[in-house]
Design a protein around this ligand. Structure first.
Ligand SMILES: [Zn+2]
Ligand SMILES: [Zn+2]
Length: 226
């Protein structure tokens, strides 16, 4: 007879963390669908608005798209590694939300949400999204528009927002039930598997910090494909 492999953390510890999060952080009026709609609507508004404002884009200006993509991929990796998994002064809310709540709610053995109310444990809260837009996008947009061109600033905004909403949708999808149709999309299960590995408490501060595409993880040797 095989000895039962002991899970870490135990089912009970995860159940308790989930119960506590649901009691303390999810109000009775919370609707996960509305939370997701807020994120998508904001991103779509910025994407459509910036696309419409583009005018006579020069060939070199299109370079802003791959450069922003690479920058966003690095920012995702660095933000996740150095801010979400370590308490940084002034950004404690991000650390608490991610390392102390998201990672206790989901472990590699318990990756699935139970229903749409659990979206709260995955998606960035609207207050943080608004903060990121003001603190991250706005100053870079202003500097690019002033120092290079308005088109480059708009392409930065557009690509950054596509990247952000891609991040949120992929992350949410990783935590949907494993028999959900998104997990059958070509290549998606492999990406989901990388995030499952990241949710192992023994690895979360060391491996797989890219949530979307593991380019910077590959570059920085923090890619774990087990
Ligand atoms: Zn996660
Ligand atoms: Zn993490």
């Amino acid at each position: 007879m095989h000895a039962k492999v002991k899970q870490f953390p135990s089912d009970r510890a995860v159940d308790n963390a989930r119960q506590q999060f649901r009691n303390d952080q999810i109000s009775p009026t919370y609707r996960g669908e509305w939370h997701l709609a807020f994120t998508c609507t904001l991103a779509l508004a910025v994407i459509i608005g910036s696309s419409m404002a583009l005018h006579a884009v020069q060939a070199l200006e299109w370079l802003a798209v791959p450069v922003t993509w690479l920058y966003a991929n690095f920012a995702e990796w660095a933000g996740h590694r150095f801010v979400m998994h370590r308490p940084v002064k002034g950004l404690g809310l991000v650390y608490r939300r991610h390392a102390l709540q998201h990672h206790r709610f989901f472990t590699h053995d318990h990756m699935e949400i139970d229903d749409a109310r659990d979206f709260k444990a995955v998606l960035f809260p609207p207050v943080l999204v608004s903060f990121f837009v003001c603190a991250f996008f706005a100053p870079i947009f202003a500097v690019l528009a002033w120092s290079i061109s308005l088109n480059v600033a708009l392409l930065f905004l557009l690509t950054g927002m596509v990247y952000f909403v891609n991040y949120e949708l992929f992350h949410l999808a990783y935590h949907l039930k494993e028999d959900h149709w998104v997990h059958r999309l070509p290549g998606f299960h492999r990406l989901a598997q990388l995030h499952t590995t990241h949710h192992d408490p023994r690895l979360m501060a060391h491996k797989n910090f890219n949530i979307s595409y593991p380019f910077t993880d590959w570059l920085m040797r923090t890619w774990d494909r087990r």
